[in-house]
Design a protein around this ligand. Sequence first.
Ligand code: SAH
Length: 230
Amino acid sequence: MRQAVQGVTSRAAGNLGLNSDRLRASMIERLRRQGIQDERVLNAMQAVPRHIFVDEGLASRAYEDAALPIGHGQTISQPWVVARMIAAVCENRVPVKVLEVGAGCGYQTAVLAQFVKEVHAIERIRGLYEPARDRLRALRLMARVRLIYGDGMAGLPGVAPFDAIVVAAAGIKIPQGLLEQLAIGGRLIAPEGTTAQRLILIERTGAANWRRVELESVRFVPLRSGVQPY
Ligand code: SAH
């Protein structure tokens, strides 16, 4: 298994023709300059080989601060956005059980799994879900990750409550069902809006109380219902 991991990482790293540890270290320095302070998040992003989550032809761009295409009309989120979202939901807390809606290539799932014990991640496009599952397996993260092919709009009521929920696709409104699946004191972050989008951070402060804060403008792919079986 270890050989498989090395195979995946060194093959992709070979494509870079460069030392991917160094590229990641400069990505981490950039994230610090951009205001990311949570060492758990920075360490996790230093550890995860982001270039194996994109097509080989884009591997050399994997450490730029840019969203990149991952096929099926979807994107891998820009590193700053991944860091910002995870840091916001984890601030002053140690989340044990986290839900991710919109796993895509699996990068953010892998980052979360570096320091969260139980990551439940949902992806609605089968053609993305399958390679994401293979990558997470190759990185030996499946003990901490449950990756589900399905529509994440309704969350996972049977697994809730979650300490944190990260939604990686933008809807007109954040689904109420997801807010109900937060533990009290738990936080959800999601982009909201269609053409103009903003990151919204919501904390559940009581059984029937949620506090909402609007953060930065962002650009995400749309949250869609149902699944895409190819
Ligand atoms: N988390 C990714 C971002 C992937 S882009 C990263 O690490 O960069 C967002 C993903 O959300 C897309 O793959 C899209 O197919 C998925 N998505 C959109 N609506 C969804 C839904 N209702 N349930 C599950 N996944 C959804």
